[in-house]
Design a protein. Structure first.
Length: 422
């Protein structure tokens, strides 16, 4: 009997959005995939993460992976309006309004569950902490060592390709670029999700719809002096909010960019909110259980994201600030492009596949990371070499054009390798 050709195998480190997206894309390209994720189990439920916005291309790619028609629509809500407003703390004034946004809002854990449930069982090895990797001398394979977090057992997995989807603090990236440092943006973000499913017509929600009448379809940015908030509704009667606060860089503990907050910090945040935001928004912040604080970083765009049989994707490849809603969208696009490049070139031409992946994704990631940085600095009233500090209450129309999501470079660009078969 003739032996079937061996399936190419990828070891993906990180089982968040980029890692699971990569598993979908590579399986679709005919590869065998093992995902190693250090957390012990799929992270379901509202307590994990908050909201994110999916752009039209990411939606299209996700639909192709999720297969079940309509499932993405069932688990997300449309975001059709992008609105920037100035506030004096009592009243909001519209600065820009774009009614052709065409994004969808998802809760991180809903999107993560959708991606996970659509994968073949056993694709993700939960509770596996990646330790090290070693590329064979002839560059034909890579050996990855991981440790079971619960038992301490060590496993060695050999694959043709190692994909680093291990987030903005990527240990794998660090092994190639030991001097790379994340760059603190100058601000942190308070984040929270108010669940009002048990009281749909609560005074808080009814009141919020006065200053924010298009909730349910609108991505609201409210700009105060040197600070701004983001507000939009998620599926199942949840309000997602973020509030960016300029401050010195906090010290990070462990390997997370989320800071554990004390009751005292939350109380101080509520008090400061009173001075900046309309009372209806302050009430939402006060009623949100377990708000959390993210330290906002990005990184100088990298010159390369592939080395031999190793590729970086997602936040590992391009840590970015959140203002252009890029992290998740870029992760999905990275994965889709990587999958198509591997399919086109085959494992026997891995180097060409990875070079093509890099040549498609690097330039766009670079401009989007830098534009997100710029957007954040404008909205936080921080200085930029080529424009005056933004003052929302006195801003004129021409000062505001850059604020819109549609100003993001290459937002609607579809790489030709994806168009070919779509
Ligand atoms: C729990 C969680 C909740 C989030 N919630 C939101 C949200 O609400 N809104 C939003 O916009 N973004 C959120 N993010 C970030 C968002 O997922 C990313 O910015 C974006 O989607 C890119 O994802 P990523 O997979 O590249 O990176 P990340 O999402 O940061 O994922 C990296 C993954 O790698 C794993 N990992 C790291 N080191 C190792 C190792 N040594 N061994 C094994 N595994 C390792 C981590 O546990 C993590 O699961 C969240 C991320 C996480 C992990």
């Amino acid at each position: 009997m003739r032996e079937l050709p061996r399936k190419a195998k990828a070891v993906v480190v990180g089982g968040s959005i980029a890692g699971l997206s990569c598993a979908h894309a590579l399986i679709a390209a005919g590869w065998e995939v093992v995902v190693l994720e250090k957390t012990g189990a799929p992270r379901a439920g509202c307590a994990t993460g908050a909201g994110l916005g999916l752009d039209p291309l990411a939606q299209k790619i996700l639909r192709s992976w999720l297969k079940q028609p309509g499932i993405l629509e069932l688990n997300t809500v449309p975001l059709t309006i992008d609105q920037n407003e100035a506030t004096d703390g009592n009243k909001n004034r519209v600065l820009t309004r774009d009614e052709n946004l065409n994004f969808r809002a998802a809760h991180w854990s809903d999107l993560h569950s959708l991606l996970h449930e659509a994968l073949p069982a056993q694709t993700v090895c939960w509770g596996q902490m990646f330790l090290t990797f070693c590329i064979s001398e002839d560059r034909t394979h890579v050996e990855v060592k991981s440790k079971a977090v619960q038992t301490g057992d060590i496993t060695n997995i050999v694959g043709d390709l190692l994909v680093a989807a291990d987030g903005c603090l990527s240990p794998i990236r660090q092994s190639f670029l030991p001097d790379f440092k994340l760059r603190y943006s100058g601000y942190c973000a308070w984040r929270g999700v108010l669940d009002f499913s048990d009281e749909e017509n609560s005074d808080t929600i009814l009141a919020l719809k006065k200053p924010y009448p298009d909730l349910g379809k609108c991505l609201y940015f409210t700009l105060g002096q040197g600070t701004h908030t983001v507000l939009y509704e998620l599926l199942n009667k949840r309000i997602n909010w973020l509030w960016y606060v300029n401050q010195p860089e906090p010290e990070l503990k462990g390997s997370s960019v989320t800071i554990t907050v004390s009751d005292d910090m939350v109380e101080k945040m509520h008090e400061a909110a009173e001075k900046n935001w309309v009372p209806e928004l302050v009430k939402v912040m006060r009623e949100t259980e377990q708000p959390f604080l993210n330290v906002i970083y990005d990184g100088e765009p990298l010159d390369r994201i592939v080395w031999d049989n190793v590729a970086l994707i997602g936040d590992a490849a391009h840590p970015t600030t959140p203002h252009g809603l890029r992290s998740t969208n870029m992760s999905i696009l990275d994965a889709a492009v990587l999958g198509k490049c591997l399919e086109k070139w085959g494992v026997e031409n891995l180097n060409s596949a990875l070079q093509e992946y890099q040549s498609i994704r690097l330039p766009i990631a670079r401009e989007q990371v830098l534009y997100s940085r710029r957007l954040g600095r404008i909205k936080q009233g921080l200085d930029l070499p080529d424009r005056k500090v933004f003052v929302p209450v006195t801003a004129r129309e021409e000062d505001c054009e850059e604020l819109q999501q549609k100003a993001m470079p290459s937002l609607n660009e579809i790489p030709s390798i994806l168009v070919a078969e779509r």
